[in-house]
Every structure is written in structure tokens, then in C-alpha cells.
Design a protein around this ligand. Sequence first.
Ligand SMILES: O=C(O)CCC(=O)C(=O)O
Length: 283
Amino acid sequence: MPDHPYVTAEMKRRFWDDGVVLLPQVLDRAWVDLVRLGIERNLRNPGPYRTMHYGGSPREFLDDYCNYHAVPEYRMLLQYSPVAEIVATILDTENLWLFYEQIFVKDAPDSVARRTPWHQDTTYWITGGTQLAGFWITVDDTPAKDSLEFVRGSHRGPLFAGTAFDPNDETTPYQPGDWPRIPDIEADRSAFDIVSFDIRSGDVVMFHPALLHGGGASADAKPRRTLSVRFFGDDVTYQTRPRPAPPYPGTAALLKPGDPLRGPWFPQLYPATDTQPNSPLRT
Ligand SMILES: O=C(O)CCC(=O)C(=O)O
């Protein structure tokens, strides 16, 4: 099993019990600069899935995903930094794959970009199993009130219908299914055990994607640029969704529900393979 020296038993406990853990200064300045450059390149060369949420309103914000192969900075980060080994250590998995990476950019010049609605990532995903992680890298210093928020422990609770980002009702379901409607957490925040963290550039929040999370408006028109990387480990299998996001076209032809999730979309990041060599920087 991987055992990276940065990772403590308490970090693992928090990830699995609370569903979320702050990893203080886990990224050196060079990696943060690389992420910033990658986001800039990604913005100049948007991918096919680029979406402007609440587009046309003064509170719009941008989301783009699955651009790993088009953005060398993302590949360098995930192949050469200690990130993959640290995530594999916390997930307790012998092997680690990339599920996808995603950017959230809230940089409206004259206004405050809207909150990201509350949701659980796993409602949208073609993943069964537990060894899943989101690795939320925000390159700008961000106070806890503007940062991503989580309902502690909710990854052990029910899975709710995903949000459709409906500006009039953020609980509107995104896809058909038997899931209960997501609770209106904003309407009754004190009923939930909400946690968020002050972010200094270099800090990362690692969370379980079944955890209810949302928020992170940008305050006072300060930009917030985030790269959220999603990983999976050995116990993760393929499952269907009515409208999966990311859609991963072709996956249904290659895999049956319950098969280990493998395919050209999902590069293995740990242990490093011949085509994705370890670097001397990885301890
Ligand atoms: O950064 C945000 O506003 C949303 C992030 C998010 O939902 C995620 O990383 O899964």
C-alpha cells in the first residue's frame, strides 16, 4: 500500500469519517504556478464541455472538464507531483486512476459570481464503489465563507437527485431517477453540519464525492480559479446513469455494470506506468 510521508493517520480518519480533509500546503509554489498556467491555457482553449452557468447574468461562472489530454500542465501535475501518491495513500488503494479534471472560474469583473448549488458528484457519475476522491485546488487565497462548503459525514447518507443548476430552484433534479430531491440546504443552513476552510495558495481540500457540497461564490469581485481533480481506486466499478456527467461516450459499449472501471478515458496515475514515469520529485 502507498504510504506517503505527508499523510497522517488523522488526515485519513477525517477523509473517511467526515468525508473531507484540508491538506495544508500540500502543493509547493511551483505546482500551484503550474495549475494557474494550466487553467489559463484551458480558458484560452475551451473544451467541448465548457459551460457558462447562469450565462448572460452578471453572476455567471465558468466550468469546463475532461481536458487532461489537451493541457500539458495538468498532465505534468498529475504525473510528476506527489499528488497521485498522496491521494492513493489516503484512499488506501494500490492503484489510482484519473476520473477527470474540472475547472471552476468565478471572475466576473464587476459582480459576485453565484454559489455553486449543493450537490453530490456521485449522482452524476458512472462510478460504483467507495475509493473516490475530489482534490479541490484553488490557486487564489480564499476565505472559508467563499470557499467550497461541505455537509460533514453526508457521504454516508442517502444519495439525492443531482441539481440542474436551475436559477429559480437549485433543488430541481438534473436527470430522471429514483433519488429523493436534494434538500434546500440554503433555506435552513443551521440544520446541517456545514464545514469549509480558509484557503491559502498551496492548500488543497480533499473530499469524498458522495459528500453534499456546494457554495464558493466569489466575494467582492475577487477571482476564484479552481482545478478540481477526481480520482478513483481499486474498488471502483462501472455503473450506468440516465444522463451521466461527464458523458464518456463509448464507455457503455466497452463495459457492463459491475466491471472494474477501465478504459482510454482513465489514465492510471499510480503506480506510475512506463508512459507516465515517476519523477525524482516523487518521494
Ligand atoms: O468550486 C466550486 O464552486 C464547485 C466545486 C465542486 O463542486 C467540485 O469540485 O466537485
